[in-house]
Structures are given as structure tokens and as C-alpha cells.
Design a protein around this ligand. Structure first.
Ligand SMILES: Cc1ncc(COP(=O)(O)O)c(C=O)c1O
Length: 439
């Protein structure tokens, strides 16, 4: 008991020191933040980017490197929360955007690129038809609205810890500004608990929606049996199974559904698929998606000024066809898999309460010893240790999400992976006495 109290006091002191050093290193980011608070609430227009005492602001990126406002260089292990898969200023993407700009943007008309891009997206992710949106949030909104319209029901089974966009947040206590569907919140990776809720609410459920690996929730892969049970349950009750692959589609050439052999009714996509431009998409079974065919007298409407914007269409098309090919996807994910195993081996060798979960090119740190399979497990992470990990890695020139998530981009190679492994080793060694008292 006394030992734990002492260790906690030491952890508080280490954290205070790490924060102080961060403040001292980043006067320009602090000044930007203070100025930003006058026009934006909390100086912020994207909640995930805020952390105390103030968020770092970046000035420039190139390849897998970023430079902050104070001139410090970082290896970008965040990869824009999976959207930055191509790295900064990939020359092939850049050339595609330049070519598009040369032809002019915003035609207020169909263009030559959108159907080619749609065909590539359909072939790649096993969809009969697809429609584009501007964000993953919007894609999920459309998919859920479609499910409600075709089933005549209002209920949506979601999962604790899930994240489907700014108005679909199910971590912690959820969000007061979630979109007004009748949500039933089920326990992720818990077949029995989930099926009990399906039995109780089945008749009113329009959809079951989930991430095949919770991304924001801490890179928690769904058990294959859990996914299979949900596929069965959705079919049994006449609800749509919607797989949110906004993040996970990068984890295998055909997305994570293809790895599990699961056929959802609808899939939602986003992030890197737009080549770094704003992007979202929803697609799947023809008889559902064809409800949007505007030639039908009873067609569902789906407009969106920028749905087919030529910058996204052009960057996305060249990205999937000539950069993130099936081979490139397999290679990037193998690199990530090897990296995660290497980091976990370091943690085990140090007997530290630190571990990395994930699949392939996505990983997240957890600061505890126990198994981390569910959001309830993840909630047991030591928050202070995780914060210290973040500030220590930043001090070593590595950029990652404040919550500990990382996503490899294509320009990240062996030297960068070696640097991350060395930084984690340094953390485990420099903080050895603190780590021994925790977890
Ligand atoms: C699984 C998942 N779905 C949907 C979204 C929302 O996408 P967007 O930020 O493009 O609205 C995200 C964003 O992080 C996500 O991780």
C-alpha cells in the first residue's frame, strides 16, 4: 500500500516534469493555441486533437516526417488517424491532384473520374454498388438512414467503445450530441451479452453496426466468432449488418471483412481511400444501394455538393490503382505486424505493464498487464502512465495520438520502425522504477 502511494507520487512528479518540458519546448504552439481560443471554442475544431496543456501544431510534412511550429522534427507514427496512409505529399498523388486542378474544379456536373473510382472501390472491397460522401461520419449516417428506411425500424445496435463519427460516439458514457437514432448499446466481443440484447430488441432493430476492429476504442480486434454471431443475428431478425471499415479497410487488400469471410449488407469506408482528401463512402448489396437509383420514381435522395469532387476522385483513384495495391497492402500490414510483436517483446522482457494491441498497420498502446480484448478491459489502462508514454515519445521526436494510437504510413520503413522500438526501449528503461510500481 505505502509502496503504491509512493509510486503514484513519483508518477505524478514525472508527469509534471514531462509536461513542463513540453511547454518549454513549444512556445509557438502555445501562442497559436491561445490565439485560437478567441475564434474557436477551446481553440479547437476537431475534438480528438485537443489534449492538455495545449496541442502541438504542425507546420509542415514530408514523407513520414512532420515539423512543428517551433521547428522540431517528428517521425509521423500517427498517419492522420489512418487517413495519411500515403504519407505527406506523395508525388503520384500530388501529380493526380495537380492534373485535376489544371482542368478546373467544382463543375456542378458528373465528371469522368467518379465512375472509374467507384468501380475500383467496388472491386477492391467486394461491393455491388457504392456512393460517395465527404466523410466517414456522413457515410455512416447514410448507411443507418438507409437501414431505417428499408426496414421501417428506428433501432440501431451499436457497441460500447465504438466510434462511427462525430455524432456516433459510444465510448465512455456516449455523447449528448449523437444523431437521434434509437441506439441500443451492446458489449463488444461479448456474444452472450449481445445476443441477449438482440433477443430483447430484435423486432425494432434496423441495423447492427460495428467496427471489425475498434480503432478509436484502442485497436481491439473483433473475435471471428463474435462477427459470425452478429452476421447470423442480423439475418435472423431482418436487420442490416453494417461493417464500419472506415479505418480497417486498410488492414487487408479487401478490407478486414474479407479476412473473416464476413459479408455485411452495407460497408462504410473513409480515411485514406480519398488519397488524403476528404472522403467517405457507403456501399454493398445491389438491391439496397439501387434504392438510390434516381431513375426510380421512389428513389431515396442522396445529394452532397462535394460527393464527386475531382480532387478526391483523382487522388483516390490513383492511390488504390497504382500505390496501395494488394501487394502494397500485404507488405505494409506485415511490417506493422512485425513492429507490434517487436514492441510487445520489449515490454515483456522489461516485465512492464505496457502492451500494444492491433492488427497489421494499426496499433495502440495499453498501460496494464491484463488481457485487453474489450472496451471494459481498455478502460483499466493506467491513464497517467499512458500520458507519460505520449510525452516521452514526443520528446524523442515521435508523433502519435495522445490516446496512444499509431497507424503506419507507406513511407515508414525499417529505420523508422527501429527508431520507435528504440524509443519504447528508452521509455521502459528510463521509467523502470515507475513501471515496477504500477499495473
Ligand atoms: C471507424 C470510424 N468510423 C467513422 C469515422 C468518421 O470518419 P470521419 O472523421 O471522416 O467523419 C471514423 C473516424 O475516425 C472512424 O474511425
Amino acid at each position: 500500500m505505502t509502496q503504491t502511494v509512493l509510486a503514484n507520487a513519483d508518477l505524478d512528479a514525472a508527469l509534471a516534469e514531462a509536461r513542463q518540458a513540453y511547454v518549454a519546448r513549444n512556445p509557438r504552439s502555445l501562442a497559436r493555441f491561445v490565439e485560437a481560443t478567441t475564434a474557436m471554442p477551446g481553440g479547437n475544431t476537431r475534438t480528438v486533437l485537443h489534449y492538455d496543456p495545449f496541442p502541438l501544431a504542425m507546420a509542415r510534412g514530408e514523407g513520414c516526417r512532420l515539423w512543428d511550429l517551433d521547428g522540431a522534427e517528428y517521425v509521423d507514427f500517427l498517419g492522420e488517424y489512418t487517413a495519411g496512409l500515403y504519407g505527406h505529399s506523395n508525388p503520384v498523388i500530388r501529380a493526380a491532384i495537380d492534373r485535376a486542378l489544371d482542368q478546373g474544379i467544382s463543375f456542378g456536373a458528373s465528371n469522368a473520374t467518379e465512375a472509374r473510382f467507384a468501380a475500383v472501390v467496388c472491386a477492391r472491397f467486394g461491393l455491388d454498388r457504392v456512393r460517395f460522401t465527404n466523410s466517414g461520419t456522413e457515410a455512416n449516417l447514410m448507411a443507418l438512414a438507409t437501414a431505417c428506411a428499408v426496414t421501417g425500424r428506428r433501432g440501431v445496435l451499436v457497441f460500447r467503445g465504438g466510434y462511427h463519427g462525430g455524432v456516433f460516439t459510444f465510448a465512455g458514457g456516449g455523447s449528448p450530441i449523437n444523431a437521434p437514432f434509437d441506439f441500443v448499446v451492446a458489449p463488444y466481443n461479448d456474444i452472450e451479452g449481445t445476443l441477449a440484447l438482440v433477443d430483447r430488441h430484435g423486432a425494432s432493430l434496423a441495423a447492427i453496426i460495428l467496427e471489425p476492429m475498434q480503432g478509436s476504442g484502442g485497436c481491439l480486434p473483433a473475435d471471428p466468432a463474435f462477427l459470425a454471431a452478429l452476421r447470423d443475428a442480423a439475418s435472423r431478425i431482418g436487420a442490416l449488418l453494417i461493417l464500419d471499415e472506415v479505418m480497417t479497410s486498410r488492414l487487408a487488400p479487401g478490407g478486414l471483412a474479407s479476412v473473416h469471410g464476413i459479408k455485411p449488407d452495407l460497408t462504410t469506408l473513409g480515411k485514406y481511400i480519398g488519397g488524403g482528401m476528404s472522403f467517405g463512402a457507403f456501399g454493398g448489396r445491389a438491391e439496397l444501394m439501387d434504392r438510390f437509383d434516381p431513375r426510380r420514381p421512389d428513389a431515396f435522395p442522396h445529394a452532397g455538393t462535394f460527393n464527386n469532387n475531382v480532387l478526391t476522385m483523382s487522388a483516390g483513384l490513383v492511390g488504390l490503382t497504382s500505390i496501395y495495391t494488394a501487394d502494397a497492402a500485404a507488405e505494409l500490414n506485415a511490417r506493422g505486424e512485425a513492429l507490434r510483436q517487436r514492441l510487445n517483446a520489449l515490454c515483456q522482457a522489461a516485465s512492464a505493464p505496457v502492451q500494444f494491441t492491433g492488427i497489421g498497420s494499426m496499433l495502440a498502446v495499453h498501460t496494464q498487464r491484463g488481457p485487453v480484448r474489450t472496451p471494459a478491459d481498455a478502460a483499466r489502462d493506467d491513464a497517467k502512465l499512458k500520458e507519460l508514454f505520449f510525452f516521452d515519445l514526443l520528446a524523442q521526436g515521435l508523433w502519435l495520438a495522445r490516446r496512444g494510437m499509431m497507424a503506419l504510413s507507406l513511407p515508414i520503413g525499417q529505420p523508422e520502425c527501429d527508431r520507435l522500438a528504440a524509443a519504447v526501449e528508452e521509455f521502459l528503461s528510463a521509467r523502470r522504477s515507475l513501471l515496477a510500481g504500477q499495473g
